[in-house]
Design a binder for this molecule. Sequence first.
Ligand code: SF4
Length: 724
Amino acid sequence: MRRVTFSRNFTLSLSRTCRCYCKYCSFATHRAHLYAPDEVERMLDDAVRRGVKELLVLTGERPEVNPEVARRLGEYGHADFTSYVAWACERALDRGLLPHTNLGVLERRELERLREVTASQGLMLESIVPDLVVHRGSPTKHPRRRLRTIRLAGELRIPFTSGILVGIGEAPEDRVAGLEALAAVHAEYGHIQEVILQNYVPHPRYYGREPALIADEAQRGGEARGEDVTAPEWATPIDLDDMRTLVRECRRLMPDVGVQIPPNLSDWWLPLVEDGATDLGGLSANGDHISPEHPFPSVHRMRKQLAPRGFALTERLCVYPQYMTPEWLDQGVLDVVKRKYWSFIPRRGSGRREERPIRRDLVPGAIAKGRDGAWLSPDELTALFAETRPEAIEDMRQAADELRAELVGDEVTFVVNRNINVSNICVVGCAFCGFGQGRRSPDAYEHDREEFVRRVEEAIEAGATEICMQSGIHPDWTLADYEGWLRLAKETAPDVHLHAYSPMEVEHMCDTSALPPAAVFERLLEAGLGSTPGTAAEVLHDGVRERISPNKLPVKRWIEIIEAAHTAGVRSSSTVMFGHVEEPWELAEHMRVIRSLQERTGGFTEFVPLSFIPFHTLLGRTHGIEEISREENLKHTAAFRLALGRSVRNLQASWVKMGLDAATESLRWGVNDLGGTLMEESISRMAGSYHGTMLTPEQLVGAAQAAGRPAVQRDTLYRVLETY
Ligand code: SF4
């Protein structure tokens, strides 16, 4: 699965008056065009209403060369146009919108002024050819002048967007030379976050009509407007192969830079994404003001086209994640990112929402204490989760590996099981979930009894000793329905162990039956329950739960339900879902809850870290959450082992979440169990996991052996069934 990004923006063409005369442009005018402050304020309010995150300020170049524009600017109290743009950006920031400006060629002081109020800026290089016919009458289209502005932005540490126009009279080799010129500036300053490969499309003339209005109308209608226009003589024909070459060249020359393809200017955005393009640009809620007759395709439609090809279309901000630091952003702008869009800030060890001191000095002592099985304080655990120093992480790994060896030896266990998610219909709506569906969703399903029996029989034929059953929170199901599935499974396979029903499902049974958890477990036991999954834990911190699953049961209730299970003699697993919006100190709290509960009841069989799969979830699509890296995943694994001490003996790696290769590596990071064969896996798959839905026992044995360790097939309660 690969992410393809876009930004939800609103375009403000503050002034279309321009000093240049580019032949391809229908946007610019040489008459006076400038929105008044009250019009700007109204448009900004409109932008907020439309739910965008970015304000794209597009303008003609140096409009104040027009005396009427200069006069109006003076009337509004601004010495020059840059000052007026800065004012509009400030007003946008006040509303929580992040400005990205593109004003043409600028001087250092202008870039500097805009840096104070923008999250990013941009200037197309357009072409490396200095004397194109289309640029006659536009001296600032000379590549030297444009590269100077792009370089100045680098010196000023401004996150920057640039790109080339393709098909305006240049030769194929000129395009590559343009990209090479951008790559050279980027190599010097590292400030180019994305390169736009924009194919030229001919436009009609608008003769006094306002492109912004045409664009907005076309965007609302969702269809291309206007007549077909024949390409002028100076245009160079381009085809998909030309664009493919450029995408590849761009990736080769600037591997760390995004490659943007406008999806409204051709049908070839999809093959170009498959060829390596990473971004579909700013999809303006009010249309494309430069090519107003070409509305952007709907996000929903693009997502549907991308998903089956293994791409997840996700939102980004106008500033790319690596630039969300005080070094690259003015503090006032960074404050807006932190306040409104903190989940887009990449994880860098410490928290994103608030700065809390991380006590790195505590790490060596914490590792030693953890290795001895002692309780770690919240500060110590926080420091372990936030650790970034490679040598300290290696010490954590060794300590976790030693503790594992001491507690459970070298054997690597696994269970032959089958997941059955009877229905994905769910009314809870957790933001991290790609599985739950509304009843009317075309992706909703509900197995009937025959299908359920077929799946149980298939599992038994494949040698499964366990059926793991979890579903969405189905609004029509009552306790009797849940009992019914257990009974049906037992009628079909009397000896199979039923590992079923998350605490959220149990909570639903309590709600619909008006029984307390203890009584519900009694009924479930009678119906054939063997043990229960300690899922729905996510992060056991109500602050995190508020952010990612506000309708889910609170921490206190999760504890009550699990405690009731353990008291009733129903053992459970324990889990954590990490690698999303949680902060290190919130994970520390989660581990305190798990360990205290285990010390009270001893009912947990294992602890299963589940790293968050972002791709087809609301959190991933709209909150910028990326998949946790393999390195971070492994570091957390070691920290979990040290946090548990001797309380929970078994630490499981989820191959569905991290892949079998990383799960095999995790056997050196404190893990002793590889979980189950699963046979079918829907929950992670529907969130976009790409690690498959089943493994054979041979594959799990192979993974253990690849790590130089003996493999053991176990049952759900960790009794040995077969040693390999
Ligand atoms: S995580 Fe569970 S409760 Fe939440 S939406 Fe998904 S299926 Fe429903």
